[in-house]
Design a protein. Structure first.
Length: 253
């Protein structure tokens, strides 16, 4: 969970040109970030992987199928099991076609891993279970490596997708109003500055900003309408000369 949390958080914050090492995220925070991967497609893939591993030559327990279909399903599963080498080769083909299968690159390692897992079934080995280092331990290890690779790709992809979603919906994020004793160089499509007058200590008020993250009094701010290709992200340290106010973002309805 820590590893996947690092991958997810790095992909998410890199979209905003922020390093997770600069943020100083702790172990627990990164573990919590990994929970962002618990989504329907990921859960389905994990369940299928467990079923394939546990059932061996069958994809579903026979008791879940009508009797007249159980035999046909068993034969079909046996054909699939005996073709496990071709499944691995299909996965290799997907790796070769890496650019063409974007954004589903994770299918390549998942397919290869599935081929190795299915290859451990009785149906793929003439009714016997593989034993020993070469026949069982090595293929199982290789399948695990490819599944980890798939999880890494999924974590990175979900991190970027979530960052893109939040960037499109900046208005709904926490609004930040800055008050400063001196003018500060903040620009953006919707940033507005108001001079409140000499008699006010915090003379300049800046609006049109949204909070990305806050770390120990350091606020990473995005201007509303932020474009990652041309716009800056601002790092503001709360101090005696800068006051930060947090307000609700614009909520739909």
């Amino acid at each position: 969970m820590f590893y996947l949390g690092v991958i997810y958080a790095n992909a998410y914050y890199s979209y905003f040109h922020v390093s997770i090492f600069a943020l100083g995220l702790g172990f627990g925070e990164l573990v919590i970030h990994s929970l962002g991967l618990i989504r329907a497609p990921v859960v389905i893939i994990c369940v299928l992987a467990v079923l394939l591993s546990a059932r061996g030559s069958t994809l579903l327990p026979p008791t879940l199928l009508p009797r007249k279909f159980a035999a046909a399903a068993g034969r079909a599963a046996g054909v699939v099991a005996r073709a496990h080498v071709w499944i691995v080769l299909a996965g290799v083909g997907l790796v070769i076609a890496w650019q063409a299968i974007q954004p589903f690159r994770w299918l390549a390692p998942v397919t290869i891993a599935a081929g190795f897992i299915i290859g451990q079934s009785r149906a793929a080995n003439r009714g016997r279970r593989p034993q020993g280092l070469r026949d069982r331990a090595v293929p199982t290890f290789v399948a695990g490596v490819f599944l980890l690779w798939a999880a890494t790709l999924v974590a990175g992809q979900l991190g970027v997708q979530d960052a893109q979603t939040n960037a499109r919906n900046l208005l709904s994020r926490t609004a930040v109003v800055l008050y400063s004793t001196e003018r500060i160089s903040i620009r953006g499509p919707s940033v507005q500055v108001v001079d409140l007058g000499k008699e006010v200590r915090f003379r300049y008020r800046y609006t049109g900003l949204r909070q990305l993250v806050e770390r120990g009094g350091r606020f990473y701010l995005l201007p509303v309408g932020w474009d990652r290709r041309v716009d800056a992200i601002y790092l503001i340290q709360q101090s005696d000369t800068i006051r930060v106010e947090l307000m609700p973002g614009t909520q739909p309805g």
